[in-house]
Design a protein around this ligand. Structure first.
Ligand SMILES: NC(=O)c1ccc[n+]([C@@H]2O[C@H](COP(=O)([O-])OP(=O)(O)OC[C@H]3O[C@@H](n4cnc5c(N)ncnc54)[C@H](OP(=O)(O)O)[C@@H]3O)[C@@H](O)[C@H]2O)c1
Length: 317
């Protein structure tokens, strides 16, 4: 190979901003695949790892990045030049991750992906689209004619959840926190601000809630679900805690259900392939904000503050 050095982002200690280092292109051992990374996702999980706030953590200094997409450079099992997704096998958790121009991964952490897919989409779509699918179809069981509220409706999970619920024949109200995001709620849904959430604004109680925001937004949205309705809880960007008054909870008679993509991921593999094909074909929309390695601070800030519209990815090309 001709390239001698390669850039990577390193976290020296938990909570410190990642910084760029030049290092030799990593060398693989048998059982490993060397990949030229085109794009790597910057997700909430990655930020929790950078902050040292996750159950499994790498030993600093480490290269973060749990999901990426790239081209195989050397491997015993994956065809050279093929496009692969990188995830699992402790990537970015128990071993260096993918926020780098080159990465060596266990063979089984690489899997062929759709030829012609946009690498920034391919590496970041699954957590959003998979969680949205699970929330809308498997957990909230949204169907024709139902009235549904989706919070964080311009976010990655929320925007896909809106599209899937609209497609299922539901009447969808998309809730966003900031006025600038109203225009980013996908077509087919009514867009309103979280501050305006009320039964009046919704035109009456709804059948289901898909909440991707948590905290005070969940507290405001949950009472708007009708008795016998369902609430699928996906995320907690706005707050991890939520207080329940048991008397109100029992009276409300709403099923509050967790969406856990990790436990459902295996069963959603085929759905994932279909959703990536739909995004690639333009039948489903998932916005991805892209940043070079030298703009990691901006990428992190956009995601942390909730200002990002859709997914955030590092692009290395
Ligand atoms: N349960 C699972 O298996 C699973 C799978 C994937 C993702 N998740 C979680 O689901 C949540 C949504 O994921 P996502 O990829 O859709 O994230 P996202 O694109 O960042 O969307 C989250 C939305 O939360 C809102 N928000 C309100 N206050 C915020 C704050 N203080 N900081 C950040 N965002 C804030 C923002 O919308 P407004 O500006 O409209 O308020 C933002 O668009 C995350 O918590 C993620 O960890 C869970």
């Amino acid at each position: 190979m001709t390239e001698e050095s390669s850039r990577a982002l390193i976290v020296e200690r938990f909570g410190s901003p990642p910084r760029i280092v030049e290092r030799p292109v990593p060398v693989r051992s048998p059982g490993e695949t060397l990949v030229r990374v085109h794009a790597a996702a910057v997700g909430h999980l990655d930020l929790n790892i950078v902050d040292g706030r996750f159950g499994v953590l790498p030993e600093p200094p480490f290269v973060p990045g749990t999901n990426a997409c790239g081209t195989v450079v050397e491997s015993d099992v994956h065809p050279e030049g093929s496009l692969v997704l990188l995830r699992g096998s402790g990537l970015g958790l128990r071993r260096d991750g993918c926020w780098a121009e080159h990465v060596v991964v266990p063979d089984k952490a690489a899997a062929a992906t759709l030829d012609g897919a946009d690498p920034a989409v391919a590496c970041s779509f699954f957590s959003a689209a998979g969680a949205a699918w699970a929330a809308v179809h498997d957990v909230a069981a949204i169907g024709e004619g139902q009235r549904v509220v989706v919070t964080g409706a311009a976010g990655a999970v929320g925007s896909v959840a809106v599209q899937l619920a609209v497609r299922a024949g539901a009447e969808v109200i998309g809730v966003v926190g900031r006025p600038a995001k109203l225009a980013h709620v996908p077509a087919g849904a009514k867009a309103i601000l979280a501050a305006d959430l009320s039964e009046e604004a919704l035109g009456g109680a709804v059948d289901a809630l898909v909440d991707t925001v948590g905290g005070p937004v969940l507290a405001a949205a949950l009472p708007l679900v009708r008795p016998g309705g369902r609430a699928a809880l996906v995320g907690y960007s706005a707050g991890r805690e939520f207080t329940v008054d048991l008397a109100d909870f029992l009276l409300a008679d709403v099923a509050v259900l967790p969406v856990n993509l990790m436990s459902r991921a295996g069963g959603l593999a085929e759905v994932g392939e279909r959703l990536l094909a739909e995004i690639t074909a333009g039948d489903l929309t998932l916005n991805v904000e892209r940043y070079g390695l030298d703009r990691i601070d901006e990428a992190v800030e956009r995601l942390r503050t909730g200002a990002a519209v859709g997914k955030v990815a590092l692009t290395m090309d």
